[in-house]
Design a protein around this ligand. Structure first.
Ligand SMILES: [Zn+2]
Length: 114
């Protein structure tokens, strides 16, 4: 038995509604819309982590997530694709630069004496 926080009458521990005053008892704030109800792979933190690690491969997670609105899905997809493009261009650029550097160094290397 516990006491109703509104009328202080004794009620059942499992009660979610007081039979004396009709108030709803807060059972540790478990509403069906909390993050706890969301599947772990649909959590915001996991999706952010997935995008940062596998990039566009994480996009289906966003699209299958029921809480995300269509506008957000389109926006996030565009954002991730642009980010992927920028990163790959930057990677190719630095590879090209590295190749140029190595060619330059090879040209300046002194000829080994016999
Ligand atoms: Zn009550």
């Amino acid at each position: 038995m516990k006491r109703c926080p509104f009328c202080a009458e004794k009620i059942q521990d499992e009660a979610i509604k007081c039979k004396h005053c009709g108030e709803f008892i807060d059972t540790s704030g478990q509403s069906p819309f909390t993050e706890n109800d969301t599947k772990w792979y649909f959590r915001k933190s996991f999706i952010v982590f997935a995008i940062l690690t596998v990039g566009p491969l994480a996009l289906p997670l966003i699209w299958f997530r029921p809480e995300t609105t269509r506008a957000w899905k389109i926006g996030l997809t565009t954002g991730v694709l642009v980010l992927t493009w920028v990163v790959s261009v930057a990677t190719l650029d630095s590879l090209h630069l590295l190749r140029q550097y190595s060619r330059m160094f090879q040209g300046f290397l002194p000829v080994e004496p016999r």
